[in-house]
Design a protein around this ligand. Structure first.
Ligand code: G4P
Length: 538
């Protein structure tokens, strides 16, 4: 048994680490900002967005986000709220980056699914939800933009249940859904909370009146129309809906549902309170040495994200780690399990609101960005001496392939550097064709937008204009058993090597995969490399 510490168990119990998933434009940035406002990390909402705009101007890569209204990067923000240390992991809002989303979710203990009340469950909500489901973590739903005319809340519940296949349990209920949002009814306590709009348009914490439905201050403020509607709806809801079963929530079968308006701050505090109450603290994680209790004294963590050139002024590379057990102290040495080397964990940083801060001490559930001199890889485990590894970070099988080359052959060195660094981040996968004399670089991605990001980042961060030539392949398979040459293959199938030198086959269609398997005895194909990785299918 690994020694555990009571002090650490207390730290763990007061931590929550989660990610927000949503279709672009549903209000993720706004909600994140409002959570920071309520957490006291910022004092006037609007500041994060303002800085976001500055960043757009500073980097072309960010300009893609702006142009397409998506968030490509994901970072972690931290704040404290009523004694709870909250880590929010930001995820890209576009399904083309669902692999990145998955990696982020590996570092999260729960997820918040944000839905636009007028639009309901959107296409990319479905994709991102699927990714969330694969992780099996609890999912909480926030229905946003209730200040505008929204869909009927019963229809929204049904949509979540029918389209996503998860039961929804409203924790509160909106009063006024036709652009006349008055407040919410708290189902657990039977209280009504009515919001008092102020002049700040959501820049400040909103005032509200909260009291039982029959209290005079509520009766006086709420018209007969809303009172009778609410009574009917609550009766219907109590009669037919799911009970709040926290075991089902933990298994990801039931999603507690909240209503509000992130823009006006209506319902944000109610959500935050209940979410922090019901969402799990960091739990034990599987490793090659069994389940590691987060309160174990030995420090351990894994790398879930690598990001080069986050700050154009510094051109540095950060490895983001999620602490799984023990205590992190600035300047500590850790054992890098894959290389067997001791490393000093340099320049640990956390993001507070939108600024980096140096970290002295951190605990399980916390997310840190470490300076990466090029030693870290996705999925690497760090400990204080033990040689166990956490489960690897899975790789999604790429579905789009493109031949890439520098437009200017003099830029070859920068080209190779850029392509390999971006591959190390997991932004792309790279392959080299073996059946042609000259050297060719094939890039594989899960979503087409990743290719756009590749083009822009190669230009802005490495100064290389790319030529791209889309390839007809849609499947890659690693040869795990059998000969690696002289195979009987369809005429459209090609041999290639991945970035680690392993032999792969590139196929145009599933029929060609079947052909290869049927016509080559002893051939075993795998859908992903045999590194410390497992395959995931979107
Ligand atoms: P995202 O990160 O999910 O892409 O969404 P973001 O927060 O950027 O919000 C997208 C748009 O939706 C923004 O409007 C934002 O103000 C608006 N929004 C967010 N929450 C609410 C809400 O509760 N109610 C209403 N009515 N609107 C909301 P925009 O016009 O694109 O930008 P801006 O000019 O307001 O900054």
């Amino acid at each position: 048994m690994r020694p555990v510490s009571k002090e650490l168990a207390d730290k763990v119990a007061t931590r929550r680490t989660f990610a927000i998933i949503s279709h672009p434009d549903a209000g993720k940035t706004t909600l994140t900002e409002k959570l920071l406002l309520y957490g006291g990390a910022i004092h006037l909402a609007g500041s994060v967005k303002g800085r976001k705009a500055d960043k757009h101007a500073a980097s072309d890569w960010m300009a893609i986000e702006k142009e397409r209204g998506i968030s490509v990067t994901s970072s972690a923000l931290q704040f404290s709220y009523r004694g709870i240390h909250v880590n929010i992991l930001d995820t890209p809002g576009h399904q083309d980056f669902s692999e990145d989303t998955y990696r982020t979710l590996v570092a999260a203990d729960s997820a918040v699914m944000l839905i636009d009340g007028a639009r309901g469950v959107e296409r990319q909500t479905i994709q991102l939800f699927k990714v969330c489901r694969m992780r099996g973590i609890p999912i909480f739903t926030f229905v946003n933009k209730m200040d505008r005319a929204a869909k009927n809340p019963f229809d929204l519940m049904a949509e979540i249940e029918d389209v996503l296949g998860i039961s929804a349990r409203p924790m509160n209920w909106p009063i006024g859904t036709e652009g006349d949002f008055q407040g919410i009814y708290h189902r657990e306590t039977g209280e009504v909370e009515l919001f008092e709009a102020d002049e700040s348009h959501g820049a400040k914490i909103v005032e509200s009146v909260r009291a039982p439905l029959d209290a005079p201050e509520i009766q006086a403020r709420l018209s007969e129309y809303y009172k009778s509607n609410l009574a009917d709806e609550i009766e219907l809801l109590d009669g037919a809906g799911d009970e709040l079963d926290l075991d089902r929530v933990a298994r990801g079968e039931l999603t507690p549902m909240f209503f509000g308006s992130a823009m006006n701050n209506f319902g944000v505090e109610a959500f935050l309170d209940k979410f922090l109450e019901f969402s799990p603290a960091p739990f034990g994680r599987e490793s090659t040495d069994g389940l590691i209790d987060p309160a174990s004294e030995e420090f351990s963590a894994f790398v879930f994200k690598i990001q080069a050139n986050m700050n154009p002024a510094h051109r540095d590379r950060l490895a983001f780690i999620r602490i799984c057990s023990g205590t992190f102290r600035k300047g500590m040495e850790a054992f890098h399990v894959p290389s067997g080397k001791k490393l000093r964990l340099a320049q640990p940083q956390q993001m507070m609101a939108d600024e980096r801060e140096s970290v002295e001490i951190a605990y399980p559930g916390d997310i840190l960005g470490l300076f990466d001199p090029g030693v870290y890889h996705l999925g690497d485990t760090l400990t204080e001496g033990s040689a166990f590894s956490y489960e690897g970070i899975p790789v999604f099988a790429p579905e789009f392939f493109s031949r890439v080359a520098p437009e200017d052959s003099m830029k070859r060195k920068q080209f190779v550097k850029g392509i390999s660094e971006l591959a190390e981040e997991g932004a792309i996968q790279t392959f080299r064709r073996l059946d042609i004399g000259r050297e060719e670089h094939i890039v594989g991605v899960v979503g087409m937008l990743q290719l756009d990001v590749l083009r822009v980042r190669m230009k802005s961060e490495y100064g290389v204009d790319l030529t791209m030539d889309s390839q007809p392949f849609h499947f890659v398979r690693w040869i795990s058993e059998g000969p690696t040459s002289g195979l009987s293959l369809t005429s459209t199938t090609r041999y290639a090597k991945d970035s680690e030198g392993q032999i792969v086959l590139l196929f145009e269609n599933e029929w060609s995969i079947r052909w290869a398997l049927e016509n080559n005895e002893g051939l075993v194909l795998k859908e992903t490399a045999s590194r410390n990785h497992e395959a995931v299918h979107d």
